[in-house]
Ligand binder design. Structure first.
Ligand code: GLP
Length: 242
């Protein structure tokens, strides 16, 4: 079931999402949070950092698993998702860095890295709350449109649409890696709760098709309709076509 909350704007969306995450951590201080990158969660992380500074949220026992990482970038590269997470959240709160997990884009044996990542999530007891953004083509994590839903962590070829959308974070478009490692839709669906945040008019079509259209691997986020506990927080602009 998908519950939809309309926020006035991106700021309100971020605060509401941060409230749900902080409620999860209050309920279960050692919660496993599934985290996302991209522009969408930046405001949410900023809010969590602010509340942490005020003493309202404690990350000391929290564990995190990130959805995805570019292949060929290591954590010191500013465009890597490990760097992003350190910069926006991990370095600013009292989380134990050993409790933070991002797929290793530099792994020598990528197939093994994928299997190990799935096992890691399982060993942690699964994800309690998975935060997700939404790509323009309906991708979640880096699960791009395709002929079938992919279950576990795997390597993907990024689509031109995703490369174009993410090129803003690189010095040159040619620098955007063509491949990435991502948790599969199965891994995402196994989370106990899923929180999707979307803002902006440019995502309106993806929101409509994902949550009000047929469930199809051509629009990976549409599978979220089959999960029992999804909260979508979207701003007015992103819900414009719904
Ligand atoms: C990237 C990430 C996704 C993210 C999506 C949307 O490709 N791999 O996890 O949700 O883009 O990003 P943004 O929030 O910047 O629009």
């Amino acid at each position: 079931m998908v519950r939809i909350y309309q926020a006035e704007d991106e700021g309100q969306m971020s605060r509401q999402a941060a409230n749900l995450i902080s409620a999860q951590v209050i309920l279960k201080p050692d919660a496993v949070l599934g985290l996302a990158t991209g522009s969408s969660p930046i405001g949410t992380y900023r809010q969590l950092v602010e509340w942490h500074r005020k003493g309202d949220i404690d990350f000391s026992e929290v564990k995190t698993v990130n959805l995805d990482e570019y292949l060929g970038l290591d954590g010191s590269s500013p465009a890597s998702y490990r760097f992003f997470m350190n910069e926006h959240l991990f370095d600013k709160v009292n989380i134990d860095v050993n409790h933070t997990h991002v797929p290793n884009g530099m792994a020598e044996d990528i197939d093994r890295e994928c299997r190990d990542y799935d096992r890691l999530v399982q060993d942690l007891g699964g994800v309690d709350l998975q935060l997700l953004g939404l790509g323009h083509n309906g991708h979640i994590g880096f699960n791009e449109p395709g002929d079938a839903f992919e279950n576990g962590t795997h390597v993907v070829e990024l689509t031109e649409s995703t490369i174009n959308a993410n090129a803003r974070l690189f010095a040159r478009r040619e620098d955007v890696p063509r491949r990435a490692i991502t948790m599969g839709v199965g891994s995402i669906l196994r989370a106990k709760k899923i929180l999707v945040i979307v803002s902006g008019e440019d995502k309106a079509r993806a929101v409509r098709d994902a949550f009000f259209g047929p469930v199809t691997p051509q629009l990976p986020a549409s599978i979220l309709q089959l999960h029992r506990d999804v909260v979508l927080i979207a701003d007015r602009a992103a819900l414009r076509l719904c």
